[in-house]
Design a protein around this ligand. Structure first.
Ligand code: BV8
Ligand code: ZN
Length: 248
């Protein structure tokens, strides 16, 4: 278990620090992760629901799952982990967040540079005419229909087997290729191509810091491992960093 102080030194020394986040950073906001102890994977089988096939076969069942998640997410608030990342960006220590999450909590916490690799659950798009909408509450009608052409609307998220939005992937690679430090927070590192981000930083000679409550597929490439809940660890990082910059 490495120390918070060592990681704070690396953040202070870094020229281009980024964060790569997964659903674990939002667990303390009340949103279940996918694969964790009480993860979504237990009750549902996301790889069967979060797919284009599931949607064309049974759009109502897929929308019921997303509506349930949207109800949780619209009630959720950013937790200290999201807020510390926004503060580190404001202080100039964090350049960008590359997230796999679709819960919009980094934006609500005040972060400005955010790459959403897997889309955003508050957005929907028409399967036919490209109409897009951003909701501020879950849709009443399931499945929702396009107000323009009356086709089905789908969640504007990336399903398994679908390509990531090209512009977001290119933006992610631009930041990743500049990064000399990546904070890997709350991800099991099993979903590709997103999970390549920490490997790219490593291959470029950068430093990988893993913040997680348990070992993951990325632990073996981590230079520093901070075991614990994201909210607590990031609050400690922020406290130690503030003390250090006050001494500068
Ligand atoms: C693509 C949006 C091809 C939808 C999501 C076999 C091998 C390798 C790859 C594949 C394979 N078979 C298929 C693939 C490809 C597949 C994939 O990687 N599958 C995996 C499961 C094996 N990938 C795809 O299909 C991607 N597309 O490859 O397209 C292609 C290419 C070209 C042209 C055409 C097509 C698309 C993947 C995107 C899928 N969409 N989400 C939705 O959310 O409904 S993925 C979903 O998983 C979420 O986005 C989530 O973020 C993501 C990753 O999960 P994590 O975020 O890591 O969450 P998880 O629960 O796993 O882990 C939580 C972690 O937090 C744990 O480690 C836990 O310990 C920790 N934690 C918990 N609490 C805390 C904590 N840490 C700190 N503090 C706490 N309090
Ligand atoms: Zn339409």
């Amino acid at each position: 278990m490495d120390t918070i102080e060592e990681v704070v030194e690396k953040i202070l020394e870094s020229k281009y620090c980024i964060a790569f986040t997964g659903s674990g950073i939002s667990v303390e906001s009340g949103i279940p992760s996918f694969r964790g102890p009480n993860g979504l994977w237990k009750k549902y089988r996301p790889e069967e629901l979060a797919t284009p096939q599931a949607f064309s076969r049974d759009p109502i069942r897929v929308w019921e799952w997303y509506k349930w998640r949207m109800e949780l997410i619209f009630k959720a608030k950013p937790n200290p982990a999201h807020r510390v990342l926004a503060e580190l960006e404001r202080l100039g220590f964090l350049k960008c967040i590359i997230t796999q999450n679709i819960d919009d909590l980094h934006r609500l916490a005040g972060s400005k540079c955010i790459v959403e690799l897997h889309g955003n659950i508050k957005r929907a798009r028409c399967i036919s005419c490209g109409y897009r909408v951003t909701w501020n509450k879950p849709p009443e009608e399931i499945p929702p229909h396009c107000p323009r052409c009356n086709s089905l609307l789908r969640p504007d998220v990336v399903w398994f087997g679908e390509e990531l939005p090209r512009d977001q992937w290119m933006k992610a690679l631009e930041h990743t290729n500049k990064a000399d430090l990546v904070l890997v927070i709350g991800t099991s590192g099993v979903v590709y191509p997103a999970a390549m981000i920490p490997y790219i930083v490593k291959e470029n000679g950068g430093i990988v810091v893993e913040i997680n409550i348990e070992d993951t597929a990325l632990t073996n490439i981590a230079d520093y491992i901070l075991r614990g809940r994201a909210g607590e660890i990031l609050e400690s990082i922020y406290r130690v960093l503030k003390q250090r910059i006050e001494r500068l």
